[in-house]
Ligand binder design. Structure first.
Ligand code: TRP
Length: 339
């Protein structure tokens, strides 16, 4: 089992990032570690330059995201934790795969279509080639499990197509260069919505800070945001069908279940028939008890530049070593002379 995943170094990590992605990394890390497998988790800082960005902010949010990952339980002794920019093999393999990826495949990517909108001509070439870099990210380490959200499934299928075509075109069946990666989408991959609007994803780009619980919020902030979270006047239903058409109620129940490590039905068994005046304080206690310790570790680590640099340097050295054989095979398969 080789787990590989990347996370965008967006600033201001929130509950949605934790429940949607980071918590699954920690689970898979522990599973891989217990079974003699490997786990590579990296900050996708090279991907970040595919959109307009502010260099100083990218730098700061990369470090902030490392602190977040470690605070949430990613352990540099169990996982290889690094940023792409310190492992040139990612950019190198991307270029080598550019000869295999087809324009038509990339043109069909829904993320490209969404991000480019009507202005394709004005986008960076990096935005178009984004999925090829993502393919390089996972193929470099012969990934078997790639934990991603539903929205990244198409990119993973593309990575498989690229790997397959490269193997067909440039390698023998007995000695393929790349392993075909599998997306790993945990069933209970929680989709956490805004606290102000149950139809929108919780996001750092939402203008109102009341819409999200940041991992840096104080206990009082967290409790206040939950108290003011949008709901409807009905009490909680006693079964899942009763949550239909009630996106805000469903979101709070979903968050509660994810944090308590239980099912939504179990939450309704406990709170069905009760109003939000009872549910919200219980939810605030739960949120604070899970996120409080994470916040404390984050605050301790976030300004410790020396510690963060050391974590990344060590991870990058391990990643460079782990990626070397595959990169060498790809160069050789293509007939490139390297002395
Ligand atoms: N594109 C992913 C996202 O937006 C991040 C990412 C980059 C990634 N490289 C990856 C995820 C490799 C999985 C594997 O969330």
């Amino acid at each position: 089992m080789t787990v590989v995943s990347g996370i965008q170094p967006t600033g201001k990590p929130h509950l949605g990032n934790y429940l949607g992605a980071i918590r699954n990394y920690v689970k898979l890390q522990d599973e891989a570690h217990a079974n003699g497998g490997k786990c590579f988790i990296f900050l996708a800082d090279l991907h970040a330059i595919s959109m307009p960005h502010v260099p100083a902010e990218l730098h700061a949010s990369t470090l902030e995201m490392v602190a977040t990952l470690v605070a949430c339980g990613l352990d540099p002794d169990k996982s290889v934790l690094f940023n792409q920019a310190q492992v040139p093999a990612h950019a190198e393999l991307q270029w080598l795969l550019m000869g295999t990826a087809r324009m038509g495949w990339l043109n069909r990517m829904t993320q490209w279509k969404d991000k480019a909108g009507k202005n394709r001509e004005g986008q960076s070439v990096a935005l178009f080639g984004y999925p090829v870099l993502q393919a390089a990210d996972v193929l470099l380490y012969q990934a078997t499990h790639v934990p991603v959200g539903e929205d990244q499934k198409q990119h993973l299928e593309l990575a498989r197509d690229i790997a397959q075509k490269f193997n067909n075109d440039f390698a023998s069946e007995e000695a393929p260069v790349f392993t075909l990666p599998e997306p790993y989408i945990p069933e209970e991959a929680a989709r956490i919505m805004s606290l102000r609007d149950g139809s929108r994803k919780m996001s750092k780009s939402e203008p109102s800070d009341m819409s999200r619980i940041n991992l840096t919020d104080t206990a009082e902030d967290m409790a206040g945001k939950i108290r003011k979270a949008k709901t409807d006047p009905e009490p909680l239903p006693s079964d899942l069908a009763g949550l239909e058409g009630r996106p805000e109620a469903a979101n709070l129940v979903g968050i509660y279940a994810a944090l308590a490590g239980t099912s939504q039905q179990a939450v309704l068994d406990q709170f069905g028939g009760l109003g939000f005046g009872t549910f919200k304080p219980a939810m605030a206690d739960l949120v604070v008890s899970v996120l409080g310790p994470i916040r404390d570790r984050f605050v301790e680590l976030k300004d410790d530049r020396e510690a963060l640099d050391a974590i990344l340097a060590r991870g990058a050295a391990q990643a460079r070593e782990a990626s070397r054989r595959t990169l060498d095979s790809a160069y050789a398969a293509l007939g490139l002379v390297r002395g």
